[in-house]
Design a protein around this ligand. Sequence first.
Ligand code: UD1
Ligand code: UDP
Length: 368
Amino acid sequence: MRILNVVGARPNFMKMAPLVHALNARGIPQLLLHTGQHYDDNMSKVFFEDLRMPKPDIYMGVGSGSHAEQTAKVMVGFEQVCLKEKPDLVVVVGDVNSTLACSIVASKLWIPVAHVEAGLRSFDWKMPEEINRLVTDRLSEILLTPSPDADENLRKEGTPEDRIHRVGNIMIDSLVASLERAKGSSVLDRFGLAPKGFGVLTLHRPSNVDDEKTLLGIMDVIHEISEQLPIVFSCHPRTAQRLKAIPAYERLAKKGDVRVLEPLGYLDFLRLYSQSRIALTDSGGLQEETTFLQIPCVTIRENTERPVTLTEGSNVLAGCDPARIRKAARAALDGPPPGAKRVPDLWDGHTAPRIVDVFETWWRKRSS
Ligand code: UD1
Ligand code: UDP
């Protein structure tokens, strides 16, 4: 069995690294391909170092573009790679454009696709990731899910039962493997932060940051919250560009204590949010990571494809309206800590070896 693993954007790296390590441990031949959807050192290279992942065997360098441009560029390049390498299985993770593009290409070449983090649904078709998830899951032969809601979504869509494998949450493998090492990060000292004396903010969803009025409304309430608790803002390049283009933000930025930082590496960021009092975010991954560490999380979105973080974890859905964000943040800061809620089943740091078990069983059946 020869496997071709695909990564492209920041949230892919922490989902792929544990699998690369687990495949290596079993001696299964693999290639790692990076599409180059994210390319800045602090959105890409640093994660290979922090997660101790080998350099990609193939780097496509597609870069940024519209959805059609980016998806098409990945497809054209990936087709050539598949024809040359002839893998037995293509593995994609998450829900970014690279995930979608590579699953379409592999399927049309009759190369089976395995999707890690299958079955998540926000039911919001205006979200580009929802289209990516739906198409990738429909095309994948092996669907590796993190939670029972994901299994149920796939069943309702008519997915054959033998394709669905609940293996748990692979991001948590990276978190568990890195927590000790992250203690060596100097991030708190570098920014003069005391444990539990600050909140963390990330924002990058187009629905929150691409419209000036929406972004200003969110930032206004964030600055207000920062009068009570300093907020450290890991600012995604998409958001940095938008904020720079809004003259009114300069005045707003003087209110409270919001520290705007460049994106951080995996270990620095893990150290940062693990020591924070609250996370305010529209990130998919951070909702899960804060649930695992039982850190209060206020999600600045109208929906989530990760409902277990609400029912079992420390996450609350605030929406994008400033008044609701203010209320949710106040409740999280003034109320009791999220406390006794539990970590979802199989979010235990051992998802990657379970995925390799599934691959080995699938391969035995296929070659018998
Ligand atoms: C992408 C994913 C999103 C994921 C997010 C994680 C899609 C459709 N979107 O969104 O699901 O949650 O990554 O971070 O796949 N840019 C840089 N440097 C980089 C990368 C991007 O400056 O290394 C800038 C470019 O101006 C680019 C913009 O950020 O146009 C957006 O990048 P893009 O990959 O298109 O989408 P993201 O918003 O990053
Ligand atoms: N992350 C990071 N540095 C940062 C911001 C986020 O390492 O400055 C990590 C975060 O801990 C999580 C992943 O990036 O593991 C989430 O990626 P992102 O929010 O970009 O995408 P999403 O999860 O929304 O698809």
